[in-house]
Design a protein around this ligand. Structure first.
Ligand SMILES: *[C@@H]1O[C@H](CO)[C@@H](O)[C@H](O)[C@H]1NC(C)=O
Ligand SMILES: *[C@@H]1O[C@H](CO)[C@@H](O)[C@H](O)[C@H]1NC(C)=O
Length: 231
């Protein structure tokens, strides 16, 4: 009984420190939870993905198989996400997008293939080994500008916060992920890239994923994934 209570306390403690990204933000408007973001398998327990080869690294909706409502977003608009509560763990953030192939829709497509490009990142700050700091600490929302050159059409937009407190252990980095559905209007003729597959983009050995962030203090931080496409 006592042991059970202790175990469930620990479990609750874990869940309190974990998070999801259920809200899309379009031009400053925070949309309701899971309205334009596919509800993830961890919507209740908030647990991260740790296996970078799991298909759940993509949109984390293997079990829910959830789809969301697709929202119109003009190219050049500010887009963002908000977590269910302030980001707790030290880590780094990436946003990827993938254009829905013709004949499919953001409401149906699973995002398979070498189709994802990076549109935003919020990386830890280092100064040669004296300190390391995390701009995503206590983050309650973020926004970035979509390139004006982004072609018109439907996209999946995927946020990942990679929590690094346990990343000294191979496979210990924690991925907090979700995918929104947007319909870009008034876009341009850019060619987004480089393109990667998710899963596939990481093998877990990257210097920014398998890293001891505490000792020695990293002299630099190498952001995982491809360069940001800025149009
Ligand atoms: C985040 O919040 C915690 C708890 O309130 C606080 O101790 C810490 O200094 C904050 N970190 C930053 C970077 O603001
Ligand atoms: C996307 O926007 C175009 C242009 O406004 C519109 O014709 C189309 O119906 C929209 N698609 C979705 C899924 O909302």
């Amino acid at each position: 009984m006592k042991f059970g209570a202790l175990v469930s306390l620990c479990f609750v403690g874990q869940a309190l420190s974990h998070y999801t990204f259920p809200h899309l933000i379009v031009n400053g408007v925070t949309l309701p939870a899971w309205q334009n973001v596919r509800q993830t398998d961890n919507y209740y327990d908030l647990n991260p993905v740790e296996d970078v080869s799991d298909v759940n690294l993509r949109c984390y909706n293997k079990n829910t198989n959830a789809k969301a409502k697709t929202i119109d977003v003009p190219a050049g608009a500010n887009l963002g996400f908000a977590p269910n509560k302030a980001v707790y763990h030290e880590g780094t953030l990436n946003v990827y997008m993938a254009k829905v192939p013709s004949g499919s829709s953001a409401a149906e497509w699973d995002g398979a293939g070498t189709v994802w490009f990076k549109v935003h990142e919020i990386t830890p700050k280092t100064d040669g080994g004296k300190t390391i700091s995390y701009p995503t600490d206590n983050l309650t929302q973020f926004e970035f500008k979509l390139p004006q050159a982004l072609p018109t059409g439907e996209y999946l937009v995927r946020v990942e916060h990679i929590a690094l407190q346990d990343a000294a252990r191979l496979g210990g980095a924690q991925f907090y992920i979700s995918c929104g559905q947007i319909n870009v209007t008034g876009g341009g003729s850019g060619k987004p890239g480089p393109l990667v597959a998710i899963p596939g983009v990481y093998n877990g050995n990257e210097p920014g994923i398998n890293i001891d962030i505490y000792w020695p203090i990293p002299a630099k931080y190498v952001q995982p994934g491809p360069a940001v496409w800025r149009g």
